[in-house]
Design a protein around this ligand. Structure first.
Ligand code: CP
Length: 316
């Protein structure tokens, strides 16, 4: 699936997953995001790098952060943005996604930002696209590559490196595309130890992440770590969810201030959102001095700008 991401010259053609992207290319995207952030914060509100390009947001699943941040990223680069209205589109009359893409490409669309509940839908559309780039904005539990990039950027901002860090990703790992993209990105960038923690039923199969250490005890998982990523339970992706006692879950798997003290004193707390306060994270941790949740949101725009530039800039 990831071979689709590259042209035969080895350039990035689509962004479908961080798996196989490699340390150098990810590092360049992070550096690009920092440069765009510096330019924006020094007063350049519109950079016009993608002047006249057309980017279509195709969100078949709900989103607050990813959709608005892709839109802002595209607009700050000078592109036109179409927020495709799925509910009022001809997909409701039986038009296939392939025909939808072909139709929008005939209108000179340059990129599609796709979120879908089915794993592999962005790759399917990438295989079908004639000219336009496809950016995965989250597919099922498979991948959320721009979330992975913005998470790496936020970690690097705070720790000045990723290499050698101890990172704990905690919660519903099994159904999380964020966990998968974070693991791929962290591993590529040389993280020292990646711990995955959750109740047994929400952990991935033991062989899915060979380089990671699995924990079912949150206290043990966060002992001495540099970074904690908390995840919500992705109820929409769990077919048979037994009744969840939220207070009990918080007692065993929620990040409280007392628990956070087990991590390094300078540990940062991350969450991709949306957060369920009082379930996987206490409000005073989510809003506390170690939380970088809103920095993640802000960095999301610059990470996505860097990806759009990489995919859509003119070559030679
Ligand atoms: N982190 C994330 O993907 O959030 P949204 O679902 O709001 O886009």
């Amino acid at each position: 699936m990831s071979d689709l991401q590259f042209t035969h010259h080895g350039r990035l053609r689509h962004l479908l997953t961080l798996e196989g992207l490699g340390r150098e290319r990810i590092g360049r995207l992070l550096d690009g995001a920092v440069q765009l952030r510096d330019e924006f914060r020094s007063g350049a509100r519109s950079l016009d790098v993608l002047d006249g390009r057309t980017i279509v947001n195709l969100f078949f699943e709900a989103s607050t952060r990813t959709r608005s941040s892709f839109e802002l990223a595209a607009r700050r680069l000078g592109a036109f943005v179409v927020n495709f209205d799925i509910a009022n589109s001809s997909t409701t009359k039986g038009e296939t996604l392939e025909d939808t893409i072909a139709t929008l490409e005939a209108m000179d669309s340059d990129a599609f930002v796709v979120r879908h509940k089915e794993n592999g839908t962005p790759a399917r559309l990438a295989a079908h696209a004639r000219r336009a780039a496809v950016l995965n904005a989250g597919d099922g539990n498979h991948a959320h590559p721009t979330q992975g990039l913005l998470d790496l950027l936020t970690i690097r901002d705070h720790k000045k490196r990723i290499e050698g860090l101890k990172v704990a990703i905690c919660g519903d790992i099994r159904h999380s595309r964020v966990a998968r993209s974070d693991v791929h990105g962290l591993a590529a960038m040389g993280a020292g130890e990646i711990r995955l923690c959750g109740p047994t039923g929400l952990l991935p199969a033991a062989d899915e992440f060979p380089g990671c250490v699995l924990f079912d005890d949150l206290d043990a998982a966060i002992e001495g770590v540099d970074v904690i990523v908390m995840l919500r339970i992705q109820k929409e992706r769990i077919e048979h969810l037994p009744g969840l006692d939220e207070a009990d879950y918080f007692g065993r798997y929620g990040l409280s201030r007392a628990r956070l003290a087990r991590a390094r004193a300078d540990a940062i707390v991350m969450h991709p959102g949306p957060m369920n306060r009082g379930v996987e994270i206490a409000s005073d941790v989510a809003d506390g001095p170690q939380s970088v949740v809103l920095e993640q949101v802000a960095n999301g725009i610059f990470a996505r700008m860097a990806v759009l530039v990489e995919l859509l800039k003119k070559h030679g």
